[in-house]
Write a protein of this length. Structure first.
Length: 208
């Protein structure tokens, strides 16, 4: 599929907000990644030379098959083309500096190779918003595990909310947020992320 806009949701799991020492959001925290950030297995994740602290964040990714403006929560499931698993790779040291200065996170979140993405599995029209087990392992050791039903803002809510701000289009992606357990990965490490074994990705980490 041709990817359009990549919407990302911050702090969408309670325990992740807690581990980041951040307030629970009362509305979604949204940022963007460029489509050029996407890679697919077995392409490596590259930690840029200007960062020394790269973190993994495993996420459920929603691919839209249709869109529009001011979509209702009831209409939202009909916009879903399918689902995948992705990694919102984050330069945590770069992000920390940006937060301290009140600057955008674009460099920390949108660098090349920052959006590893699996294949998209089609949504079931009879059950368009299923619950997945989301997991992440680094070098075979589990670091993240959650059910997507634990998200603070559900998939239909996110589609509705985003459509009040942006025109949603076929090919847009929503990285729906990460659960707790995020952490550092280093060159030579291997990251695996999975949606209940239905779809998964595996990437090595290298240094740029």
């Amino acid at each position: 599929m041709n990817v359009g806009k990549i919407f990302c949701v911050g702090r969408n799991y309670r325990e992740h907000a807690n581990e980041m020492k951040a307030e629970l959001p009362t509305e979604p925290v949204i940022f963007l990644k460029p489509p050029s950030a996407i890679i697919h297995p077995p392409e490596p994740i590259v930690r840029p030379a200007f960062s020394k602290e790269l973190h993994h964040e495993a996420e459920l990714v929603v691919a839209l098959g249709s869109g529009g403006r001011n979509i209702s929560a009831e209409e939202a499931p009909g916009c879903i083309l399918g689902y995948g698993v992705g990694l919102d790779m984050t330069l945590r040291d770069v992000q920390a500096v940006a937060k301290k200065k009140g600057l955008p996170w674009t460099t920390a979140k949108g660098f090349d190779t920052s959006a590893p993405l699996s294949e998209i599995i089609p949504a079931d029209p009879a059950h368009p918003v299923p619950v997945f087990d989301l997991t992440c392992r680094v070098n075979g050791i589990e670091r993240q595990r959650a059910k997507t039903s634990e998200m603070i803002f559900s998939v239909p809510f996110l589609i509705r909310y985003l459509s009040t701000i942006f025109t949603l289009e076929k090919g847009d992606l929503i990285f729906t947020g990460t659960p707790s357990g995020v952490g550092v990965v280093n060159p030579g490490d291997t990251i695996e992320a999975s949606l209940g074994g239905v779809v998964s990705i595996e990437h090595g980490v290298t240094e740029g």
